[in-house]
Design a protein. Structure first.
Length: 87
């Protein structure tokens, strides 16, 4: 799994990594070959298919990919946080 951090044009730091499903038959066709996951604070986005060369792309290109990605919710809590009893 490739992993990067970049700063967008507002100065926000995003983490991006490639994600591949363990059981692709259980998810929508568009996600079966994997996606890029973008995360900043409590915001998570994903983009499929994974663009070629993303791991070497400049921050400006990663920002464009992030803007094109769709909002997504976490299945697990972010590192260092806990799910509340309401979730």
């Amino acid at each position: 799994m490739a992993h990067r951090e970049f700063q967008d044009s507002t100065g926000a730091t995003w983490t991006v990594w490639d994600t591949y499903p363990i059981r692709p038959e259980g998810i929508d066709e568009v996600w079966r070959s994997g996606w890029l996951t973008f995360e900043h604070g409590g915001v998570r986005r994903r983009l499929a298919p994974i663009p070629k060369g993303w791991a070497e792309a400049p921050a400006s290109r990663l920002e464009l990919m992030c803007r094109a990605a769709e909002a997504s919710s976490r299945a697990t809590p972010a590192k260092g946080t806990e799910l509340s009893s309401n979730e």
